[in-house]
Unconditional design. Structure first.
Length: 158
Protein backbone atom coordinates (compact mmCIF):
# COMPACT_ATOMS: atom_id res chain seq x y z
CA UNK A 1 0.00 0.00 0.00
CA UNK A 2 2.82 2.38 0.86
CA UNK A 3 4.60 1.53 -2.40
CA UNK A 4 1.40 2.48 -4.23
CA UNK A 5 1.51 5.94 -2.64
CA UNK A 6 -0.93 5.50 0.25
CA UNK A 7 -0.14 7.48 3.39
CA UNK A 8 -3.52 7.28 5.21
CA UNK A 9 -3.75 3.54 5.77
CA UNK A 10 -6.34 2.35 8.26
CA UNK A 11 -5.93 -0.85 10.24
CA UNK A 12 -8.59 -3.16 11.64
CA UNK A 13 -7.11 -5.82 13.88
CA UNK A 14 -8.27 -8.39 16.36
CA UNK A 15 -7.93 -8.00 20.11
CA UNK A 16 -4.37 -7.31 21.22
CA UNK A 17 -2.64 -9.59 23.69
CA UNK A 18 -2.77 -12.47 21.19
CA UNK A 19 0.53 -13.11 19.43
CA UNK A 20 -0.89 -12.99 15.89
CA UNK A 21 -2.78 -9.73 16.49
CA UNK A 22 0.19 -8.18 18.29
CA UNK A 23 2.62 -9.13 15.52
CA UNK A 24 0.38 -7.77 12.75
CA UNK A 25 -0.22 -4.54 14.68
CA UNK A 26 3.51 -4.14 15.29
CA UNK A 27 4.22 -4.86 11.62
CA UNK A 28 1.76 -2.13 10.61
CA UNK A 29 3.44 0.36 12.93
CA UNK A 30 6.92 -0.62 11.76
CA UNK A 31 5.98 -0.25 8.09
CA UNK A 32 4.69 3.25 8.77
CA UNK A 33 7.79 4.15 10.77
CA UNK A 34 10.15 2.74 8.12
CA UNK A 35 8.54 5.04 5.55
CA UNK A 36 8.34 8.17 7.68
CA UNK A 37 4.55 8.03 8.05
CA UNK A 38 3.34 9.10 11.49
CA UNK A 39 1.21 6.60 13.40
CA UNK A 40 -2.37 7.83 13.84
CA UNK A 41 -4.39 5.84 16.37
CA UNK A 42 -7.63 7.38 15.08
CA UNK A 43 -7.41 5.22 11.96
CA UNK A 44 -6.79 2.00 13.90
CA UNK A 45 -9.62 -0.18 15.16
CA UNK A 46 -8.93 -2.98 17.65
CA UNK A 47 -11.97 -5.21 17.81
CA UNK A 48 -13.07 -8.73 18.72
CA UNK A 49 -12.60 -11.05 15.75
CA UNK A 50 -16.12 -11.28 14.36
CA UNK A 51 -17.99 -10.47 11.17
CA UNK A 52 -20.01 -7.83 13.03
CA UNK A 53 -16.89 -6.18 14.46
CA UNK A 54 -15.33 -5.92 11.00
CA UNK A 55 -18.52 -4.39 9.63
CA UNK A 56 -18.90 -1.88 12.48
CA UNK A 57 -15.18 -1.02 12.62
CA UNK A 58 -14.94 0.03 8.99
CA UNK A 59 -18.28 1.82 9.20
CA UNK A 60 -17.08 3.87 12.15
CA UNK A 61 -13.63 4.49 10.68
CA UNK A 62 -14.96 5.75 7.34
CA UNK A 63 -17.58 7.85 9.10
CA UNK A 64 -15.06 9.98 10.94
CA UNK A 65 -11.70 9.66 9.18
CA UNK A 66 -10.38 9.96 5.68
CA UNK A 67 -8.27 7.02 4.61
CA UNK A 68 -7.15 5.92 1.17
CA UNK A 69 -6.29 2.33 2.07
CA UNK A 70 -7.22 -0.30 4.63
CA UNK A 71 -5.35 -3.30 6.01
CA UNK A 72 -7.55 -5.80 7.82
CA UNK A 73 -5.52 -8.19 9.94
CA UNK A 74 -7.69 -11.31 9.97
CA UNK A 75 -10.15 -13.23 7.84
CA UNK A 76 -13.32 -12.80 9.89
CA UNK A 77 -12.87 -9.05 10.30
CA UNK A 78 -12.14 -8.84 6.57
CA UNK A 79 -15.45 -10.51 5.70
CA UNK A 80 -17.43 -8.04 7.79
CA UNK A 81 -15.52 -5.03 6.48
CA UNK A 82 -15.96 -6.13 2.88
CA UNK A 83 -19.69 -6.55 3.42
CA UNK A 84 -19.94 -2.94 4.58
CA UNK A 85 -17.81 -1.66 1.68
CA UNK A 86 -19.99 -3.57 -0.80
CA UNK A 87 -23.18 -2.16 0.73
CA UNK A 88 -21.74 1.35 0.42
CA UNK A 89 -20.78 0.55 -3.18
CA UNK A 90 -17.29 1.93 -2.61
CA UNK A 91 -15.17 1.52 -5.70
CA UNK A 92 -12.23 -0.65 -4.74
CA UNK A 93 -9.36 0.21 -5.24
CA UNK A 94 -10.23 3.59 -6.78
CA UNK A 95 -11.86 5.00 -3.63
CA UNK A 96 -10.30 2.67 -1.08
CA UNK A 97 -7.52 0.12 -1.53
CA UNK A 98 -7.92 -2.99 0.63
CA UNK A 99 -5.62 -5.79 1.77
CA UNK A 100 -6.92 -8.65 3.91
CA UNK A 101 -5.23 -11.44 5.79
CA UNK A 102 -5.60 -15.13 4.92
CA UNK A 103 -6.23 -16.48 1.45
CA UNK A 104 -9.60 -18.20 1.62
CA UNK A 105 -11.55 -19.12 -1.51
CA UNK A 106 -14.08 -16.32 -0.97
CA UNK A 107 -11.34 -13.68 -1.38
CA UNK A 108 -11.10 -14.57 -5.08
CA UNK A 109 -14.79 -13.96 -5.79
CA UNK A 110 -15.18 -10.48 -4.32
CA UNK A 111 -15.37 -7.67 -6.81
CA UNK A 112 -12.57 -6.99 -7.41
CA UNK A 113 -10.76 -10.05 -6.07
CA UNK A 114 -9.11 -9.25 -2.75
CA UNK A 115 -5.38 -8.76 -2.32
CA UNK A 116 -4.36 -10.80 0.73
CA UNK A 117 -1.48 -11.91 2.85
CA UNK A 118 -1.37 -15.70 2.63
CA UNK A 119 -0.01 -17.68 5.51
CA UNK A 120 1.21 -21.24 4.99
CA UNK A 121 -1.75 -22.96 6.66
CA UNK A 122 -0.68 -26.52 5.89
CA UNK A 123 2.84 -25.90 7.17
CA UNK A 124 1.45 -24.22 10.30
CA UNK A 125 -0.54 -27.37 11.03
CA UNK A 126 2.51 -29.55 10.45
CA UNK A 127 4.66 -27.46 12.80
CA UNK A 128 1.94 -27.47 15.46
CA UNK A 129 1.67 -31.26 15.27
CA UNK A 130 5.45 -31.66 15.42
CA UNK A 131 5.67 -29.35 18.44
CA UNK A 132 2.89 -31.24 20.20
CA UNK A 133 4.57 -34.61 19.54
CA UNK A 134 7.92 -33.23 20.74
CA UNK A 135 6.27 -31.94 23.94
CA UNK A 136 4.59 -35.31 24.54
CA UNK A 137 7.90 -37.13 24.02
CA UNK A 138 9.76 -34.77 26.37
CA UNK A 139 7.62 -32.45 28.53
CA UNK A 140 10.77 -30.72 29.85
CA UNK A 141 12.24 -29.90 26.46
CA UNK A 142 12.84 -26.13 26.12
CA UNK A 143 10.10 -24.07 24.52
CA UNK A 144 10.70 -23.31 20.84
CA UNK A 145 9.02 -20.63 18.73
CA UNK A 146 8.47 -20.98 14.99
CA UNK A 147 7.89 -18.20 12.49
CA UNK A 148 6.83 -19.14 8.98
CA UNK A 149 6.95 -16.83 5.98
CA UNK A 150 3.83 -15.24 4.52
CA UNK A 151 3.20 -14.26 0.90
CA UNK A 152 1.50 -11.18 -0.52
CA UNK A 153 -1.02 -12.30 -3.13
CA UNK A 154 -1.74 -9.33 -5.39
CA UNK A 155 -5.23 -9.16 -6.82
CA UNK A 156 -7.43 -6.27 -7.83
CA UNK A 157 -8.22 -4.58 -4.50
CA UNK A 158 -5.11 -2.45 -4.20
Amino acid sequence: LIDKGHRRIGLITGSLGISTSDERFNGYRKALEDHGIPYDGSIVAVAPSSFESGYESVKEMLGKQEITALFIANNVLTMGAMRYLQERKLRIPEELAVIGFDDYDWTRITSPPLTVIRQPSFELGEKAAEAMLDRLADPYKPYKEYCLDTTLVMRGSC
